[in-house]
Ligand binder design. Structure first.
Ligand SMILES: [Mg+2]
Length: 176
């Protein structure tokens, strides 16, 4: 099902990114993950237990990491932003509204949702072709709610082969 959906989803988001580059020509791009990067997602999962679908209200009420968001906005005041989040596309509007309500209302951004974490690499590669510099913040971790942090190591290893500025979980957590 996911592979089938991706036939439509990936070209759609590729077009959004190609148009964004034309509309906002800029030398660098800031790419931001949402869950556990700028939203405090895992404690909510722990608190609520297994989240039943639909998750509209769950995503709507997520607590933002205000200091991290302020840090990003101050550090990159004019850089266009692409949010890259591994969430079902049905939560597109909910996710977009959350971003607008949590600090990004004045920013020029696009939102890309992936069906698999590995798909993030496809978008990052496209962005690398478009921009001189790609700055990417993503915890790329999971399982926090069970007390043992695991990483999407395949993706992290692939990033190491790419020429981008990557901020992972440790660096993100150090932002105060
Ligand atoms: Mg995340």
């Amino acid at each position: 099902m996911k592979a089938f959906l991706n036939v439509f989803v990936i070209p759609y988001f590729f077009k959004i990114l190609n148009d964004f580059k034309k509309q906002v020509p800029y030398h660098q791009i800031l790419v931001l993950d949402i869950d556990n990067t700028i939203a405090d997602t895992w404690p909510e999962i722990k608190y609520q237990g297994v989240i039943k679908s639909p998750r509209f209200s769950f995503f709507k009420k997520l607590r933002p990491f205000k200091k991290r968001i302020a840090f990003l906005i101050n550090r990159y005041p004019t850089t266009p932003i692409v949010f890259l989040s591994n969430r079902n596309v049905v939560y597109y509007n909910t996710t977009r509204n959350w971003l607008i309500q949590n600090g990004f209302s004045n920013r020029n951004f696009r939102l890309i949702l992936t069906l698999n974490v590995e798909d993030k690499l496809r978008y990052l590669k496209l962005l690398q072709n478009h921009y001189k510099k790609v700055i990417y913040f993503d915890d790329l971790s999971y399982n926090h709610e069970h007390g043992e942090v695991k990483y999407y190591q395949i993706v992290i290893d692939a990033l190491a082969e790419m020429e981008l500025e990557y901020w992972g979980l440790d660096q993100i957590q150090r932002i105060k």
